[in-house]
Design a protein around this ligand. Structure first.
Ligand code: FES
Ligand code: FE2
Length: 374
């Protein structure tokens, strides 16, 4: 990948230096409004971005507003059970159409002048738009040309992705690096355990991603919640898929993923920019929904699934959720301190990355630079 030191986002000379030990992104990539603007305007809109869980809008007429960068988008479940995404603005005066998750019935109706759209986005009614007759339409106005603007949307299992620019790679190509590593996992068997709301974390979204894809910290940060020795890990670097994996001999561990600690073979995979997929053998997977809210604020939720169809009883489900809350809290604490550390002059150099354990982080950062430099 060729790196461009771009004036647009700041000086990347140190980041671009060659050598065995590479530097990390400079602080402005995590703190500056200018870099955040470039991510909002270019990186997120041009990517496939995870925006929601399909099980949270499971009835026809369910509508959920989300944002990609600054773009308000609304997800709508149709009568044929498919989910579509539209720019969330009325085509009359561009009012934000849906302001909270709700079931809209058969129509998306604008509260301002009552224009109404079908769940397919077509403009159905524009009362009094042409004059005193409620049905009147001004001459030359074709309602067909004023339906909601559709946004590329794809649903993979429980996960809803959108691509606002419409020119990201084909969705199948996007998910292929994770799909090809499912190792026999059958989504038809999977059962949702629940979603944990981890709240707003005072850190840049990239720190949460970088933290997930490097195994270096695991044995130090998660010493009480996991039992996964560093030397059993390896990193995964496959184009836009970064991550790490650990292979343990299950018979030695006695951990089954529903106990007090995590001591199982795992796959930690991401798809650039924000999709996070964790597989914990033999029977668990989790997906993080990371919603960047600003240079130093990220909202995070995690959906937990049993992959073998087991329905956990309430107590086991709570125990499992609590384990994950504890693991995430340990990570959040580090990510918040990474953000704090960016205020120091010493951080200007970007720190250094292990060529062995943090090559995944470096590859992720190079994709960030490429995406905001385009
Ligand atoms: S802005 Fe929606 S009907 Fe007027
Ligand atoms: Fe961690």
């Amino acid at each position: 990948m060729s790196l461009i030191a771009t004036d647009k986002v700041g000086n990347l000379d140190a980041f671009n230096e060659s050598g065995a030990v590479k530097r990390g992104l400079p602080p402005f990539a995590y703190t500056s409004e200018q870099f955040w603007e470039a991510e909002k305007n270019e990186l997120f809109p041009s990517s496939w971005v995870l925006v929601g869980f399909a099980h949270e809008m499971d009835k026809p007429g369910d509508a959920m507003p989300v944002n990609v960068g600054d773009n308000p988008i609304v997800l709508v479940r149709n009568r044929d059970n498919t989910i579509k995404a539209f720019h969330n603005v009325c085509r009359h005066r561009c009012l934000k159409l849906v302001d909270k998750a709700q079931n809209v019935g058969r129509m998306l109706k604008c509260p301002y002048h009552a224009w109404a759209y079908g769940l397919d986005g077509e403009l159905r009614t524009t009362p009094y738009f042409g004059g005193e007759d409620p049905q009147s339409v001004p001459e030359g106005f074709d309602p067909k040309e004023h339906g909601l603007k559709e946004v590329n949307c794809a649903v993979w299992y429980d996960w809803i992705f959108v691509n606002v620019s419409g020119d990201a790679q084909p969705f199948e190509t996007f998910i292929e690096p994770v799909k090809s590593r499912l190792e026999g996992l059958d989504f038809d068997q999977a059962k949702l355990v629940g979603v944990i709301d981890l709240g707003v974390i005072d850190t840049n979204w990239k720190f949460l991603m970088e933290n997930f894809i490097e195994p270096y910290h695991v044995q130090f940060v998660h010493s009480s919640t996991t039992d996964q020795p560093l030397v059993d890990h390896y990193t995964v670097n496959d184009g836009h898929c970064q991550g790490s994996a650990v292979d343990l001999d299950e018979t030695d561990e006695g951990g089954d993923g529903s106990g007090d600690t995590l001591a199982v073979s795992s796959r930690y995979l991401t798809l650039f920019p924000t999709f996070v997929f964790g597989r914990y053998f033999p029977d668990q997977m989790g997906v993080h929904l990371n919603i960047p809210l600003g240079p130093n604020k990220t909202l995070q939720r995690r959906a937990i699934y049993m992959t073998d169809g087991t329905e956990l009883d309430a107590e086991s489900a709570e125990k499992l959720k609590q384990l994950w809350v504890d693991v995430h809290k340990e990570d959040h604490e580090m990510c918040i301190r990474l953000q704090e550390g960016r205020k120091s002059v010493v951080a200007q150099s970007g720190g250094v990355l292990s060529p062995h354990w943090e090559d995944s982080v470096r590859n992720f950062q190079e994709q960030v630079v490429a995406a905001v430099s385009e």
